[in-house]
Design a binder for this molecule. Sequence first.
Ligand SMILES: [Ca+2]
Ligand SMILES: [Ca+2]
Ligand SMILES: [Ca+2]
Ligand SMILES: [Ca+2]
Length: 281
Amino acid sequence: MRSVFASALCAAAAISSAHSTAQAAAIVYGADATKTSSVLHGANRELTQIGFMTSSDLWTGANFLRWDDGRLTNNKGSYGWMDAIPRDVNSSNGVSGNPDRADGAAPFLGEAGKTGTLREVFGPFGGGYKNMSYLIDGEDRAAWTLDLLLAPGQTISADANDRTIELSLIERGGNSDLRIRGIRDDGTLTDAIMMLRSQTGRTGWTLDSLEIGGPQNVVGVGISLDRSWTNLKGFRLEAADGMNGPDLIAVGTIAPTPLPTPGTAALMGLAALAAGRRRRA
Ligand SMILES: [Ca+2]
Ligand SMILES: [Ca+2]
Ligand SMILES: [Ca+2]
Ligand SMILES: [Ca+2]
């Protein structure tokens, strides 16, 4: 009897879940090259539009310029937003994750000393666009961790619509995986989700950087996060042995909004109270 009752409960749960509009898990959509375009300024690439399979969302370069701060931890050390990170160039592979650039792209400020910064890779370049010819190059069997943070006090939260995108990654190669976590405003991390190489879609352009000897396809994903990903101040991207060296070009997200602080909420409460008193007076 008990097992029959349990089965009935399971069936009811399945029906309930099937009819629920709430999204239960992150969904990863490949980039759609037919809805994606970019322009070159010399060999520096500016994204003008990116679209994704099965989603009607169209993002622009602005979606990939949300970052105000960051930290990269690799096999050599841990580096903040403006810190000079040692780079591999000309087929050397000693740094597990490092700034790299298209062969013809503008040199990094630390070019002579073979360094680059997170701000150069993920911040505005020249006229203010995210330079899609700058990336973090990974190695086949090595690990790195990258935190990207929104401006202080700003957060993003996933909606309940599984066709809208909240996070996009652009990667060079399309033969690597990447682990993703949300960083909540209180510093705690969400559960991890994966971008698998099989889920990526081509953007329509290629990238040949200083660290490799020929061009590779650039791919992307758009991810609809589930509703447990709320009040995020940033994202953590992780490469590990077995992920085949993800080469991260860009990370995009929706427009952030200010997180109401307890102080703001209290002030608003006081204002409402004062208004009520005035009305009664
Ligand atoms: Ca490297
Ligand atoms: Ca969504
Ligand atoms: Ca790759
Ligand atoms: Ca090259």
